[in-house]
Write a protein that binds this ligand. Structure first.
Ligand code: AGP
Length: 606
């Protein structure tokens, strides 16, 4: 949801700055721009609509001289996708420039006041008020830092802001409130950015700024201060766990495919997470009333976990989509809200955690990004260790979350006495079969899945159906299809189909059914009834199932048979197969795989 970056050094930094926003492009990609101070009283700004590579070439970003600069890649919230609305935005005298991620909720009031005072606005954005406000305060104090702080104190809403000024050409001023911002400490330059993918090519040393703090960054130093008191704050320098190679495509045509192929490793990392951490979280889930929350993919993962807790963990927790959490949740000190998020920055999920805290609930999270807002907000944390997920679509992080939550649910079952330690160990052993089964799926089934995707790419409507734990897998798989291929897809319980949606079944509506293994007899039979109902109405049905004795039933139009594996792991493997189906459909339709239209990797606005 917009990526902001800043670089400060003794030498020219334009190329590095462009690289930083290129690395952040998955956060937003409708327009981009850079601003640089280079000795002139006027800051140089170049910006336009389009992706970083294209705009950078057209506007010759790299030819901008200067050693202090900021840059931005936008996901529009206030104001259309136009050159004028692209960041950075500058003051009337062009002596200040800002980039911003978030929403300034009192921007209309501020804009009216500043306009009355003679400021000229060039864009429709909420962001532009920040820079005029700083300019206004600067005229009174003639101190950039004082003006910056005074302006921030007037802002309402959420923001991560990086600002440069020709009055202090050797400084970048930055601040955050509920939007991510991090300082990178390099050997010949320092950085500010929305996340560390921006500068991971140059340094792994980082410092996190907290809400209520601002920072002044020079090429060889930085200081963090409290906005309220101006007192200096000391923050630990952290060593980041990811390196730049992990964030490269490594020969794959798209990050999505690379990340799908990384899943065997990611599953092993999830299985290797310290037992004590899993036990600790499981104990909390048993002691408290558990509410699971996430949004988009992570909501479906929490729904999957809901089934796991219900079937193995001995109690059915609530699973709430975090965007609706505040409207539904009634927490108290006996509640535990467990949030799931790849980025750890999603506004809706962060808000759910804040609501939970206000209602005195305990909080926990499973997140992939170290140092993210959620990681720093919750009482208990499990870091996934899935490595950087660059594609806007979540694949490997989601599978890892399923594994971790399954482990927690199994442990909760042992603690509650609903399953024995032996049974839990047997299921964990099953999970250990997943990496190998995924390898085989990728090696042996990709070609077939590609063929199906191509053959069905003329279809504009898909239903993804599953029962019990296969139902959230169906919903997540439908979301994948929608996001990456722009093809309409709905995920629903297969039993629900006959209550209305079945009216849509015809030769133009395809169905995918996530079949349980035969040993789950009741579930298998119920799922087959839905298959028969679709068949009777002439609809195409793609079955996704594990290889079992005997031929797959002839009622399916096509079947993706997954390698023989313990029946417990069927849904995890089916999810991987469905990821491939969406991927190949999008490839056939020539979609923008890693950065689908209108999306952003981390949605940090309401
Ligand atoms: C995943 O493919 C989606 N792009 C999206 O639904 C995502 O899962 C959701 O925005 C939550 O993100 P998070 O995991 O970073 O919190």
């Amino acid at each position: 949801m917009c990526g902001i970056a800043g670089v400060i050094s003794l030498g020219d930094i334009a190329e590095r700055l462009v690289q930083c926003i290129h690395n952040l492009e998955y956060r937003g990609y409708d327009s981009c721009g850079v601003a640089m101070v280079n000795g002139s009283p006027h800051i140089h700004v170049r910006k336009n609509i389009g992706a970083v590579a294209e705009v950078s070439e057209k506007e010759r970003f790299s030819s901008l001289a200067g050693h202090t600069g900021i840059a931005h890649t936008r996901w529009a919230t206030h104001g259309k996708v136009t050159r004028e609305n692209a960041h950075p935005h500058s003051s009337c005298a062009a002596d200040f420039s800002v980039t911003h991620n978030g929403i300034i909720s009192n921007h209309e009031r501020l804009r009216a006041r500043l306009t009355r005072d003679g400021h000229k606005f060039l864009s429709e954005t909420d962001t532009e008020v920040i820079v005029h406000l700083v300019e206004d305060y600067f005229m009174k104090s003639m101190s950039v830092e004082k003006a910056f702080v005074a302006a921030i104190r007037e802002l309402e809403g959420t923001y991560a802001v990086a600002m440069i000024s020709s009055h202090e050409p050797d400084r970048i001023f930055c601040v955050r409130k509920e939007s991510p911002l991090i300082i990178g400490l390099g050997t010949d330059a320092n950085y500010v950015a929305s996340d560390f993918n921006a500068f991971v090519d140059h340094t792994k040393k980082a410092v996190f700024i907290e809400d209520g703090e601002y920072a002044v960054v020079a090429h060889d130093s930085h200081s963090i201060k409290s906005i309220a008191t101006g007192e200096a704050v000391c923050r630990e320098v952290l060593e980041l766990p990811w390196d730049s190679e992990m964030a490269q495509k490594g020969g794959f045509p798209h990050y999505m495919l690379k990340e799908i192929y990384e899943q065997p490793t990611v599953v092993n990392s999830a299985l290797d997470i310290d037992e004590a951490k899993i036990e600790n979280l499981a104990r909390l889930t048993v002691e408290k009333n558990l509410v699971l929350t996430g949004v988009g993919t992570t909501f479906y993962i929490t729904q999957f976990a809901q089934y796991m807790f219900s079937i193995y963990g001995g109690a059915t927790p609530l699973a709430l989509s975090s965007d609706e959490f505040r409207h539904l949740a009634r927490m108290n000190k006996d509640s535990l809200v467990l949030a799931v998020s790849q980025s750890g920055e999603t506004y809706d999920t962060l808000t759910a955690l804040r609501v939970a805290k206000n209602q005195r609930a305990s909080t926990a999270a499973i997140v992939n990004v170290m140092g993210s807002s959620m990681a720093r907000t919750v009482d208990s944390l499990i870091l996934q260790g899935s490595g950087p997920e660059i594609c806007v679509l979540s694949t490997k992080a989601a599978l890892s979350q399923m594994i971790i939550l399954t482990r927690v649910a199994l442990e909760a079952g042992v603690l509650r006495g609903t399953i024995t330690r032996k049974e839990a160990n047997a299921r964990i052993k099953d999970l250990r079969a997943i990496p190998d089964a995924i390898e085989r799926t990728l090696n042996e089934k990709s070609g077939f899945i590609h063929t199906i995707a191509k053959a069905q790419s003329h279809i504009n409507h898909w239903l993804f159906l599953g029962r019990e734990r296969y139902y959230p897998v169906a919903r997540e798989s439908a979301l994948k299809m929608k996001e990456v291929s722009y093809v309409h897809a709905e995920g629903m319980p297969s039993g629900f189909l006959k209550h209305g949606t079945i009216a849509l079944i015809d030769e133009k509506m395809n169905s995918v059914v996530f079949m349980p293994p035969k040993e789950q007899k009741e579930l298998y039979d119920l799922s087959m009834s839905s298959v028969e109902e679709i068949r009777a109405r002439g609809g195409y049905i793609l079955g996704i199932m594990l290889e079992e004795k005997g031929k797959p039933p002839g009622v399916f139009s096509d079947v993706i048979t997954l390698p023989k594996a313990p029946s417990f792991v069927a849904p995890y493997l089916q999810m991987v197969a469905a990821q491939l189906l969406s991927y190949f459909t999008a490839v056939t339709l020539k979609r923008n795989i890693d950065r689908p239209r209108s999306l952003a990797k981390s949605v940090t606005v309401a």
